[in-house]
Design a protein. Structure first.
Length: 278
């Protein structure tokens, strides 16, 4: 297929994908965030299982078959840890980004849920696990354990981790604990959590790990997509991460902010994700 025909096909498919996502969201408007995500995943043909990690349980949505050469793992953002300065009982994303990215991905993919999200009434969970400790060693280790087990069950040779927002910070930290990662891709990620919290005047995430301060090796290819108009994660707040990891690639997209237009343009953006090699 010529480049011209590819461009026309991508342009034709984009409004269809956006419409499909919009219909899923409107049909689920009366449900809780967790119920809405379940409904969206089910309607898109994904399976749902609950998997035990180290200390936590995790919801996993899958569109994957066995023996994948590369299995792509998606990780959602922080969701809504607080509303109106109060800690919520269920921090699950009200407007998920990583979920529609996973559902629209052209290849074997999973979305691995964060502990205490998706209305999991886990005895181990406390409000600290989605606030001060949202990127804690316990959270990271538990998610890494789930991803390792899922990849083994599916007999996947290599992994590609894709994280949105706070899920991008987790993707980096999780990749450091796995041995078969081909690539890490982050989208609008707060890669220096200390600088990000200071920028907004938030309470420091004192119980969390900070990717910008990690001294672990990054032997994999990594690409970080940033929005030039992102006020949630301003580009300046990620500087320390790239100073520590100068081999990391990054790209600033001019029209993008924290939520726009990652889902809308996913049909073209994911080609960059799929093309990443060592």
């Amino acid at each position: 297929m010529t480049k011209g025909r590819e461009a026309l096909q991508t342009a034709a498919m984009r409004p269809i994908f956006i419409l499909a996502v919009a219909l899923l969201f409107s049909a689920c408007a009366s449900l809780t965030p967790s119920e809405r995500i379940d409904a969206q995943a089910t309607q898109a043909g994904a399976t749902r299982v609950v998997v035990q990690g180290t200390e936590f349980k995790h919801v996993v949505y899958a569109r994957a078959a066995k023996h994948a050469a590369v299995l792509t793992i998606f990780i959602e953002g922080d969701g809504s840890p607080m509303l109106e300065d109060r800690v919520v009982k269920d921090p699950t994303a009200r407007q998920p980004i990583a979920l529609p990215l996973m559902l629209g991905f052209n290849g074997p993919a999973l979305l691995v849920g964060r502990p205490c999200y998706h209305a999991l009434a886990d005895v181990r969970c406390t409000w600290r696990d989605w606030t001060l400790g949202r990127y804690s060693a316990a959270v990271v280790d538990s998610m890494a354990t789930v991803i390792r087990r899922q990849s083994q069950e599916l007999d996947a040779r290599e992994l590609r981790l894709v994280g949105y927002s706070g899920g991008g910070a987790l993707a980096v930290l999780i990749a450091e604990r796995l041995d078969n990662v081909r690539a890490v891709v982050t989208i609008a990620a707060n890669l220096d959590t200390d600088a990000w919290a200071a920028e907004h005047g938030y309470t420091p995430l004192s119980e969390s790990l900070n990717p910008a301060r990690s001294e672990r090796a990054h032997p994999w290819t990594e690409m970080h997509l940033q929005g030039a108009r992102d006020r949630n994660v301003p580009i300046a707040t990620t500087r320390a991460y790239f100073e520590r990891h100068p081999q990391a690639r990054y790209e600033t997209l001019e029209k993008y902010d924290h939520s726009c237009c990652w889902v809308e343009d996913w049909a073209s953006l994911q080609r960059r994700v799929s093309a990443l090699r060592e």
